[in-house]
Design a protein around this ligand. Structure first.
Ligand code: MGD
Ligand code: MGD
Ligand code: 4MO
Length: 856
């Protein structure tokens, strides 16, 4: 009606309509289905019928897309640091200090291409690194695991080996009790929505806040389902140091556990079950191993300490009587245990010093309660939709156009359907992500592999530098989130300024984070300014059938809605231009534009059987009809509980990984749920941090650590409700204006720090005062958000402020962007792992003198 054209796109928070007029985006709105889209599914439970709304219930951050495109932080031209001369003085010590001058694309590309060649010639393979983040704008062609991987492979690079950031405690701990290495040690969640609504009597949310974390990409699709559960009278319980937004919305008893003491609480619950006979004895006898040894530990027979509710009280802060009451209630009912964002894994409790201990307990608790029986499973109604999973569309981690069969899901998934030129990285050297600054500054680092192929893969250490390869001398950084998402991130500043780093390129959309530490900046555009294709929430790879979180399977053509702003270009075009200078342009593109690749992905999927390409382009999306009720997937682990052959649509374990018969039993050596994992007995007998019998070992940076004398508060910095990591925060995004995200004080939008009323009063801090939060690693200025919603002794914030802004105030350096990972420890959770532990962090806070100091 206003003469605009309606395009479609997809984001990390869901699919959108994009209205464009005269080459400008007018607005974005959540995608809504029309009468021609297929009907939706119905679940019948306890005499009621439930069906989801016929529109995309997107995340709040998705709706900020327009403000991100037109952000005044957009980088619109290639730039060179003023005191960087590729042929003379490079002044690495001034990175992040000196300003930039605008240069032409030709000049920028020539410098980068020349430097790539010089690095190879002078230092040899390994000198260049392409640090990659864990996330990206949506779309299978432009994703970092697609175009960037292809580009990097064609150049050769030292891989920054990621730690399993989302999965930590599950990968290093829980997995060894039940397998599922293909899912990095978390349960799958098939069929969970119907089973939970029909059978469950209670849901225990344990480090689970789906109203903030949205099953990662599903927006508020799960909220409706949880409202149905409330209508059906299913009881909710929340175990979290924060009465989080999920607890706030739905209510239910809140157990304000102290951070990283969860394993003690879980063991006390299991103690009650074991001593009062409140567990599934038949299941334990026939489906598990090692229970007697575990029970002996619980009862204190092995160490003289019975793990009673009284024993845990001083650790967790939860009164013994409450623990006993919860244990009895739980032990006598059909309960869904909700861990992390989907209820089937993750959770901030897993990202701290005791993360593996907690995740291990979660599996053992379910083993005691008959995991897989009706109404007894993992989940919080965020996952397990009755989708047609036979319809094939690749997820972003399935490799896109990368041609990489080793480090993406390409080999097991999309490659056969879309053959394209294979690419391989000939450099075997790797550097662990959390230790990369140390690797640069100290010249060495050791890491352990994250590899879902097998439970055993994680025990292999790798060291940097690797004989035969060059240490790192050039960083080609894509995006710039490390300062906000990697622990003790202030190390990055020193790493960037280190003399061994001869050249830094940054390819970014916005001037933020690490972009300000580059020698050459290449301006990329947003996904609304280029072509792509992608299915909502279909991550693929380690989250096989990740679409199980959204109510409808929606594949979108991600239209190029507008021309790239300024001189910015798509990442694909930038890679093409650089590789063309190296004689590799055609190898990279195979003669294809981005739209051609989009068509190739379309052709590789099942879409052509259902919709013509032109029709798909015009409409912009396709909704996959739901599965016929008689063909719905079975419930996760039901086969195991019943002693049947595995009947779930997932390609794991691998044929060689079954104990006796293909399809029978779990991936563990015994094929059963193991209370005392055989794998730990075999491989960590000499490592007290990783005992086979899961002891409660207090956090090395918890309340009882020596450091607590100076820094008495525990900080948790978990996933932001309003931003998707750094990608929607900062840059004058609409998100910044949310009062529950940042507070406008003296002209600056300060990051919020949630503080308990008593802790604030003891320090004379009032609501929305500026506070300094600090420890030996750094100091950040935040705005205090005071309430009884966080437990005393705990301060909570969100991770991943996009802004990193160091300022000097009267001789003191403080960060005012909200980068709380400058305070978190870089220590691995346990020896022999490469895991992050940001939720084991001690701090102090004090009222900050005044806001005037920052008047800018
Ligand atoms: P993102 O902000 O998603 O976070 O950590 P990251 O993956 O590092 O980083 C994506 C980067 O890629 C951004 O800089 C973005 O601008 C850039 N980018 C995205 N799309 C494009 C594009 O199209 N072109 C270009 N050129 N750049 C693009 C996430 C990580 O954080 C995760 S997954 C977890 S689970 C951890 N969680 C966690 C925690 O719980 N607490 C604390 N304290 N820290 C944590 N850090 C971890
Ligand atoms: P967290 O926010 O780390 O998220 O999903 P999760 O890992 O589930 O933790 C959830 C809850 O755990 C929080 O309420 C927090 O207070 C609580 N918690 C923290 N420490 C402890 C503890 O020691 N014990 C207990 N019991 N509870 C604790 C993460 C997931 O979220 C991931 S991995 C990604 S990559 C996505 N990131 C993301 C985002 O950045 N923004 C939004 N809006 N959604 C996201 N979804 C995804
Ligand atoms: Mo994650």
């Amino acid at each position: 009606s206003d003469g605009s054209l309606r395009y479609t796109t997809c984001t990390n928070g869901g699919p959108l309509f994009v209205y464009v007029k005269d080459g400008r985006i007018l607005r974005v709105t959540p995608l809504e289905f029309d009468a021609t889209d297929p009907s939706t599914w119905v679940i019948e439970a306890r005499g009621r019928k439930f069906s989801p709304p016929r529109r995309a219930l997107v995340a709040p951050h998705a709706l900020t897309m327009k403000s991100l495109v037109y952000s005044d932080k957009r980088i619109l031209h290639p730039m060179k640091r003023v005191d960087f001369d590729p042929d003379g003085e490079r002044n690495p010590q001034n990175r992040g200090k000196s300003g930039y001058v605008r240069i032409t694309w030709d000049e920028a590309l020539d410098i980068v291409a020349k430097e790539i060649n010089r690095q190879k010639r002078v230092h040899g393979p390994g000198a260049i690194t392409f640090p990659m983040s864990s996330h990206h704008q949506w779309g299978n062609v432009g994703y970092y695991l697609s175009s960037l991987m292809r580009f990097a492979n064609l150049i050769g690079f030292t891989r920054v080996a990621a730690n399993p950031d989302s999965w930590e405690g599950w990968y290093w701990g829980a997995m060894h009790h039940f397998g599922n290495s293909m899912r990095v040690g978390v349960p799958a969640g098939y069929g969970g929505v119907e089973d939970c609504l029909k059978e469950a009597e209670m849901i225990v949310f344990w480090s689970s806040d789906p109203e903030s974390t949205n099953g990662a990409y599903a927006g508020f699709e799960g909220t409706t389902r949880r409202l149905w559960a409330k209508e059906l009278g299913i009881e909710f319980v929340h175990i979290d140091p924060h009465c989080n937004p999920t607890a706030q919305l739905f209510g239910g008893r809140w157990f304000p556990v102290r951070p990283q003491t969860d394993a003690a609480l879980a063991q006390a619950i299991m103690y009650v079950w074991a001593t009062e006979g409140l567990y599934d004895k038949d299941y334990v006898a026939t489906r598990t191993t090692g229970f007697d040894e575990w029970k002996a530990y619980l009862l204190g027979e092995t160490d003289g300490v019975p793990k009673t509710p009284e024993w845990q009280e001083s650790e967790t802060g939860i009164p013994a009587k409450d623990v006993r009451a919860l244990a009895r209630k739980w032990g006598g009912r059909k309960v869904y245990l909700a861990v992390g964002m989907t209820g089937t894994g993750f959770g901030g409790a897993g990202r701290g010093a005791t993360g593996a201990q907690w995740a291990r307990c979660m599996i053992m608790m379910m083993a005691m309660q008959g995991w897989g029986k009706p109404g007894v499973n993992f989940g919080n109604l965020e996952i397990g939709i009755p989708h047609d999973l036979h319809f094939y569309f690749p997820g972003y981690a399935d490799g896109g156009i990368s041609g990489d069969l080793a480090f993406t899901g390409n080999a097991v998934n999309n490659y056969q359907r879309m053959p394209h030129i294979l690419t391989m990285n000939p450099v075997k050297q790797m550097v662990p992500r959390q230790q990369m600054p140390d690797a640069i500054i100290d010249g060495e680092a050791t890491g352990y592999l994250w590899d879902g192929m097998a439970q055993e893969a994680q025990f292999a250490p790798f060291t940097y530098p690797m004989p035969g390869y060059s240490p790192i001398h050039m960083i080609y950084r894509y995006g710039g989130s490390s300062l906000s998402t990697v622990t003790r991130s202030g190390r990055w500043v020193d790493a960037y300024r280190h003399e061994s780093i001869e050249f830094v390129v940054n390819q970014s959309i916005w001037m933020e984070g690490e972009a300000q530490f580059a020698d050459i900046i290449l301006p990329a555009c947003t996904s609304l300014e280029r072509w792509d294709i992608g299915e909502w929430a279909n991550s693929g790879g380690y989250a096989h059938h990740g679409v199980n979180v959204v109510n409808h399977r929606v594949v979108t053509l991600q239209h190029k809605c507008i021309e790239p702003l300024g001189e910015s270009k798509s990442d694909y075009e930038i890679f093409t231009a650089i590789l063309t200078r190296l004689g590799l342009g055609a190898v990279f593109t195979e003669g294809c534009s981005e739209l051609d690749w989009v068509k190739r992905v379309f052709d590789s999927s099942d879409l052509p059987d259902h919709v013509a390409w032109k029709k798909f382009c015009r409409k912009g999306y396709y909704v996959v009809p739901p599965e016929k009720p008689e063909l719905r997937q079975p419930v996760d682990m039901r086969w195991f509980a019943k002693g049947r052959r595995k009947d779930l649509p997932e390609p794991a374990p691998m044929p060689s990984q079954y104990a006796e018969q293909f399809g029978m039993g779990l991936q563990t050596p015994s094929g059963k749920l193991e209370f005392v994992p055989e794998i730990f007995k075999r491989h960590t007998a000499d490592n007290p941090d990783r005992p086979a019998v899961n002891r409660y070992i207090p956090s090395w940076e918890g309340r009882n650590a020596e450091l607590a004398e100076r820094y008495p508060l525990q900080m948790i910095a978990t996933h932001s409700r309003y931003s998707f990591h750094t990608s929607m925060d900062g840059k004058n995004s609409a998100v910044n204006q949310v009062d529950d995200h940042r507070a406008l004080i003296a002209g600056h939008r300060f990051w919020l720090l949630r503080v308990n009323t008593a802790d604030a009063a003891a320090r004379g801090i009032r609501h929305r005062d500026l506070v300094k939060i600090f420890n030996d690693r750094g100091a950040v200025i935040c705005a205090a958000d005071i309430s009884p919603l966080v437990t005393p002794g705990v301060v909570k914030s969100y991770e991943a402020s996009a802004e990193f802004q160091l300022v000097d105030v009267e001789g003191e350096t403080v960060e005012i962007g909200g980068c709380l990972n400058t305070l978190t420890p870089d220590r691995s959770q346990s020896r022999g792992t490469s895991s992050m532990a940001p939720n084991s962090c001690l701090v102090q806070i004090e009222k900050w003198r005044n806001a005037e100091a920052f008047k800018m």
